[in-house]
Design a protein around this ligand. Sequence first.
Ligand code: GLP
Length: 274
Amino acid sequence: MEVIITRDYDEMSWVAAQIIRRQLIRKPDSVLGLATGSTPLGTYKEMIRMHREEGLDFSKVTTFNLDEYLGLPPTHPQSYHHFMQENLFKHINIHPGRIFIPNGMAEDIDSHCRWYEEQIKKAGGIDLQLLGIGSDGHIAFNEPGSSLGSRTRLKTLTESTIRDNARFFERAEDVPHFAITMGVGTIFEAREILLIAGGEEKAAVCAEFIEGPVTARVTASMLQLHPIVKVVLDEAAASQLKQAGYYCWVQQQKQKLVGMPSQVSFLRRPVSKK
Ligand code: GLP
């Protein structure tokens, strides 16, 4: 795992967007795995800016979202379909036929989940998977206790996740109790993984999944076994890491390698001169 500690939320978002940009330049027809939640909003804003101002091209890109609430139609303002449309897709030149999000209204959930997995395979697998993390350590909606080999399926949300996500809904009772989510095993097959987290409320769980044991209790900890993972944190989210000094040292040392093939420094965003 490469842990990149940034100053604040904006720098975290900038670094994440740079990693995605680099992927698209390397492979314009990349398959991206995308996430929802408040954490990726800044990353999506930066991707939109790069599209508008620098011509970053999404015309050949395919995307797979991690999850969707059960029972919410795509038009529902709290559905993840709606979130993605409003916060990314409608602002970039992605082909609507290459956008995949689990269908929360699927009648036959099991066969829909199998279909979703098949579409990922058909697209050639996910090149780069963007993730946030829930305060209980979940990735997508893989709540504590999820099998580390799990595939796309229906999942019951924990009461704490329902409470966390109630802020997006008018009433806490409106939060769905179920979701269709990629499994930990599905996510693990992505060629590269990029997890972002910001804020003090994520500090304890970040220390657990990065430096604690690999356990189904904190499904993000499975990422320790993946060969290519970047974790981009702001200082607050990194504040309980025991090895923070080493992670910063690594980034400083890597500055010396800039210019060598495949070495890119994400240490500091250039501060714009206004
Ligand atoms: C939801 C999503 C996750 C996301 C998490 C954290 O549970 N299913 O993919 O990582 O929320 O959200 P936030 O970024 O708002 O803290």
